[in-house]
Design a protein around this ligand. Sequence first.
Ligand code: HEM
Ligand code: HEM
Length: 129
Amino acid sequence: MTSRFLKIAVVYFVIGICMGLYMGIVQQFQYTTVHAHINLLGWVSMSLFGIIYYIYPTASQTKLASIHFWLHNLGLPIMQGTLFVMILTNNHSLVLFTIIGSIMVVVGAVLFMINLFSHSANQASSSHP
Ligand code: HEM
Ligand code: HEM
């Protein structure tokens, strides 16, 4: 779970900063929110998930962790992909998908919280630094 989250996080990081660089160069800031969430839900949040699942290996091996992984990794591209297309085409036709993607991310976060509270007691791995 750790390596899956960290590898995907790095991909989002590269995409996010390339996007920021492009926005800065061409002075087009309408995509700022997509850039911010690709970096924050993609790079930052997924790095934290990866690190936290490393610290709590028991939590990382649960079904909840797997469902969290998929909800976040399907929800985020749906949410930000549809938002990006809507800004690009200047219409709101895909907003339902943005909402569905956002809800998937939020539900994933709630499962992550439940998982961590259920499986982290005294589980901080002694074998890891
Ligand atoms: C080389 C890397 C990056 C470049 C060139 C870049 C560039 C930009 C630009 C041009 C904006 C728009 C500023 C504006 O609207 O006035 C912006 C906004 C933003 N960026 Fe980046 N960015 C980079 C990396 C990051 C990273 C790594 C993060 C998060 C971890 C991040 C988070 C944000 C956020 C949250 C905003 C919105 C700020 C606000 O609402 O005022 N950026 N960035
Ligand atoms: C499902 C999860 C999330 C949803 C639905 C969401 C939604 C939103 C919305 C609607 C805005 C206002 C955008 C605008 O004014 O154009 C916003 C702004 C912002 N959010 Fe989120 N957010 C989420 C998660 C997060 C997370 C996890 C972080 C940080 C770790 C974050 C950081 C920010 C920042 C820095 C801004 C201001 C920059 C900008 O987008 O203009 N958000 N968010």
